[in-house]
Design a protein around this ligand. Structure first.
Ligand code: SAM
Ligand code: SF4
Length: 334
């Protein structure tokens, strides 16, 4: 049997997030600039290469695979990839195949995703106000996303909403969004805005809304019960007693979650980032392309995991954003 991936701090790597494209049909203000230059197609892993890469990680012990981007559902023929990954679900090696999406293409693909074995999907949605939605996504249209969410639920997919907490933007929608989600039996996760990439003139500090404050606001209306912390990720969860909803808080800037980190990320060009908050990465595309045998790739993966750092250096405590990383979230995959 192949030895599982264990990093130098004795953390077993069980969770892989893969960005399948850097492109997107939205231009969210905290994620991209309006005029993005995307990578040349030849730099991207082909669908066959993505399959080989993900299959290598599954062979090495990864049990959860999250597909992200950019917008994963705008990658041409991406359903071929999902269908192909379902063989690892069938074999039992992979416990979960899932994705993070902006929802714009869900109406088209919800049934196909379910048929490929996907059971849960994270949909990013920061506001329920049509005009505000258009402003924050620049190119997005709210009704299309809402139809996508309906289609996903009809198809049998469990939907979770991810909302970036933005000061003076969606603060006033905390209760309307929570109630809207509760009525649809949808859990929610709030994300603190992270300092990633050059996104034009947006003022990141001005956008920052502390989840400590968000949580305190929730507690004025609901009874919050802390849930055990077993995901190995940056989210902390509570249950709202009144609605039964699970609410997550992702606070990578203010909470040290690194000691239990079980995940690594692959970019659409085949680089592996073993820490979201660090620049350090290794190239897996060259080893992948260098040989038809998977032995070279497996060795490169093990070598990269051996370099996984202990933790990240984000720091908002001074007025400048320290520890900022220059790449876009759409490159590494959120
Ligand atoms: N396009 C898909 C989507 O929006 O769900 C998947 C990729 S997107 C980069 C993944 C997640 O990252 C989204 O929930 C998005 O809100 C979040 N995100 C993007 N930029 C961010 C930032 N600077 N800080 C915090 N979250 C961010
Ligand atoms: Fe696209 Fe997702 Fe980034 Fe928005 S957050 S621009 S939907 S990749």
């Amino acid at each position: 049997m192949t030895a599982p991936l264990i990093d130098p701090f004795a953390r077993a790597i069980r969770y892989l997030r893969v960005s399948v494209t850097d492109r997107c049909d939205f231009r969210c203000v905290y994620c991209m600039s309006e005029n993005m230059t995307f990578l040349p197609k030849k730099d991207l892993l082909t669908l066959e290469e993505l399959d080989r890469m993900c299959s290598a990680f599954v062979r090495l012990g990864v049990q959860k695979l999250r597909i992200t981007g950019g917008e994963p559902l705008v990658r041409r023929e991406i359903m071929t990839f999902f269908r192909s990954m379902s063989r690892h679900l069938d074999s039992g090696a992979l416990k979960e195949l899932t994705l993070t999406t902006n929802g714009s293409q869900l109406e088209r693909f919800a049934d196909d995703l379910f048929a490929a074995g996907v059971r849960r999907v994270n949909v990013s949605l920061d506001t329920l106000d049509e005009a505000k939605f258009a402003r924050v996504t620049r190119w997005g249209r709210l009704p299309q996303v809402l139809r996508g969410i309906d289609a996903a639920q009809r198809a049998g997919l469990r939907v979770k909403i991810n909302a970036v907490a933005l000061k003076d933007f969606n603060e006033d929608e905390l209760f309307t969004m929570t109630a809207w989600a509760a009525a649809r039996d949808i859990d929610m996760t709030f994300i603190e805005v992270m300092p990633m990439g050059d996104i034009g003139n947006e003022d990141r500090i001005g956008q920052y809304w502390s989840l400590k404050d968000l949580r305190a606001q929730l507690a004025t209306r609901y009874t919050l019960t802390d849930l055990p912390d077993d995901t190995g990720g940056p989210a902390r969860y509570v249950r709202l007693n009144e609605t039964g909803q699970k609410i997550g808080f992702i606070t990578p800037l203010s909470h040290n979650f690194c000691e239990s980190c079980n995940r690594v990320r692959i970019t659409c060009t085949g680089e592996i980032y073993t820490c979201l908050g660090q620049e350090g990465h290794s190239d897996l595309r060259a080893p992948l392309r260098s040989s038809e045998s998977d032995a070279v790739l497996d060795d490169a993966i093990r070598a990269a995991i051996a370099l996984k750092p202990k933790g990240h250096d984000f720091d908002y405590s001074r007025q400048a954003v320290d520890g900022q990383v220059s790449r876009h979230m759409s490159h590494t995959g959120g």
